[in-house]
Design a protein around this ligand. Structure first.
Ligand code: MN
Length: 337
């Protein structure tokens, strides 16, 4: 089968690999149809991701059709449309026992620590695939994975009806986080310098939109929240300095969730954190979020569709560079296999 494999940093190839076979009776083989490109994929391709090992078939936002099933498979049948839940965990460690297998001590993520889905076929235990209704396209189904990230980070932050949420960055994750916050009954402020993305955020429910290059973010946020500050800040731009800023801006008893990550330390005012009794929450992947996310988005796929720019899989290099270029006016590049 054809696959997109990262051999080492900056060495990504369209390769021929053996088609995987079902090895265990509980596994299914899925014919991959669509794969969303994520910052993680581009980071692995460029050698900047701190978690990845090589060589690696990348891709963790993956949808396809069940092509064959093992003898013990009970929940899926050939022809089912599915999305991959791309995590594998031990079930025994502290995190797993606390129902947080997304941070399992022995976690392996498809497309990062083990081979992922930018290829033609993927074999995995049936429970790694979630069925999606037929009104989803494969491209839309693939994007359920980043929507679970939105569900996870808003769950971590305890977003509630009436909360004011500031989201810094309106890339795909910022937009998805905004949409999720709106579904939870919060008000959303978006800060984003790129005009196209700032305008996109309207569709995703942003009640207030700030250009931090022409407006003073702190002043505007204080005006909007009448001096309170946002109750939740979701940092979705990946700039470390914005985490420090988030702790400055957040309200008393507020919560900050940085979505970006890197090896560099981030500094912040501990006096500010204590004074407000603010919390900083790590948020990684998701736990048990696929079913509720699929159910929510199935009712209205307009916003999911608005994120998608499809590319033939062979044009992955073009898709990677367009995805990383804000001027290209692309939210999610989705590879079609
Ligand atoms: Mn992703």
């Amino acid at each position: 089968m054809k696959a997109i494999q990262v051999l080492s940093a900056n060495d990504v190839k369209w390769v021929e690999l053996p088609t995987p076979e079902i090895q265990n009776p509980g596994e299914v083989r899925v014919r991959i149809k669509a794969g969303g490109i994520c910052g993680t994929d581009v980071g692995i391709a460029r050698g900047t991701n701190v978690f990845a090992t090589y060589p690696r078939v990348i891709g963790h936002e993956i949808a396809g059709e069940v092509e064959s099933v093992g003898s013990a498979v009970t929940n899926l049948v050939v022809g089912d449309k599915v999305v991959l839940e791309p995590i594998s965990y031990c079930g025994k460690c502290y995190a797993c026992r606390k129902n947080r297998p997304n941070v399992c001590q022995h976690l392996e993520v498809y497309g990062i620590h083990r081979d992922g889905g930018f290829c033609e076929y993927l074999v995995a235990p049936e429970e790694k695939f979630h069925k999606v209704p037929n009104n989803f396209s494969f491209e839309q189904a693939a994007l359920m994975e980043p929507f679970t990230i939105g569900a996870q980070c808003t769950w971590r932050a305890g977003v509630e009806p009436g909360d004011m949420v500031l989201i810094t960055g309106a890339g795909p994750m910022g937009l998805i986080a905004a949409d999720t916050c709106k579904s939870l009954g919060a008000e959303v402020i978006i800060s984003e310098p790129n005009e196209y993305r700032r305008n996109m955020s309207k569709l995703f429910g942003a009640d207030y939109r700030i250009n931090p290059e022409t407006e003073d973010l702190k002043t505007r946020v204080e005006e909007i929240t009448q001096g309170m500050g946002p109750n939740v800040v979701i940092e979705a731009s990946g700039l470390p300095s914005l985490v420090s800023q988030a702790i400055e801006l957040v309200s008393v008893a507020g919560r900050v969730v940085p979505l970006g990550y890197g090896a560099e330390p981030v500094s912040y005012s501990s006096a500010m954190l204590t004074k407000k009794e603010a919390s900083i929450f790590g948020s990684r992947l998701q736990t048990n979020k696929f079913a509720p996310v699929i159910e929510r988005l199935a009712k209205d796929l307009t916003r999911v569709e608005a994120l998608i720019t499809p590319y033939p899989a062979q044009q992955f290099m073009q898709a990677f560079s367009d995805f990383k270029n804000p001027e290209a006016k692309i939210c999610k590049a989705v590879l079609v296999f």
